[in-house]
Design a protein around this ligand. Sequence first.
Ligand SMILES: Cc1ncc(COP(=O)(O)O)c(C=O)c1O
Length: 364
Amino acid sequence: MQFIDLKSQYSSYKSAIDARMSAVMDHGHFIMGPEIAELESALAGYVGVKHCLTVASGTDSLEIALRALGIGPGDEVVTVPFTWISSAEVIGLVGARPVFVDIEPDSYNLNIDLLEKAVTPRTKAIMPVSLFGQMPDYDRINAIAARHGIPVIEDGAQSFGATRHDRRSCGVTAIGSTSFFPAKPLGCYGDGGALFTSDDALEEKMRAIRTHGGVKRHHHPLLGMNGRFDTLQAAVLLAKFPHFEWEVKERNRIGARYSEMLREVCTVPEVAPGNTHVYAQYTVRARNRDTVAAKLKEQGIPTAVYYPKCLHEQPVFAACGYKLADFPVSEQASREVLSLPMHPFLSASDQDRIVSALKMSLVS
Ligand SMILES: Cc1ncc(COP(=O)(O)O)c(C=O)c1O
């Protein structure tokens, strides 16, 4: 059994993926080939924004967003401590300071009631994460940000395809960012990511930063990077994208089926009213999480822990001055969470086996 079954996915779409990739091999435009613009146009339409900019990874996309907003030394950016390292790493990379706000226990997303207290005159952006595949209440977050005149960047690396009141992840804030890492809801076969915005000036800046800060060849007004998305990976996504809505539906169905079967025995992920969830991770909680994981492993069932340590506990952020117990909800989550196999090709029989093994291991 696979935690995320990319092999079944590839064999289902193989002919389209192979044809798209071999078209790139034939035309030979490996850097910024025509597939890049084709994909960007399809994804911007899907998300419902004016511009999509594909980039080399979901980490680069966040860094490009921060750079385009002019964030640097002396500035603060608010995010959560319970997320993948990239969310705060990029804040440090541009020379700013991450300011953490604790999460809600049910959705694992930023606790908006605590947000305003964290905003200071040095705060230059709020960067919430749509963790595990569902969005926080961006209307409330945007309203707080607007009161302080600062932009919101959605780290939607795990939530591409999710909706909140029918608006799609990555399309509800000044800038949306996602990742195409293979295990993500829309994954390619290498690294990749994308930025989304309807702001023409921001788009222009982000486009320049993506390619060495250049607006035209050999003219570099901005400090940029080599952050381009690979054309072959764009070809993979173009072949996979027509199946994405089906995959999102399956993720929803499989996630809901897990919750129905597990709600009685452990804490299951709660979908906030008005939300759809894409379950980049299907994550339950167990006090004896490590024992449960070991027992499932003995039965050939892979699990994963996202995340065993909060970011304020990571040595790289020691200089931020946080200590244990500063973010109790995040810290408790990091001790209890366990993610189960989750992908659109998970069969009902495999899911039944996972559920009964989990039930047994929770009681024994
Ligand atoms: C919440 C979050 N932010 C950012 C990233 C970074 O994406 P990438 O791995 O494409 O750089 C990830 C990916 O793991 C993520 O889960």
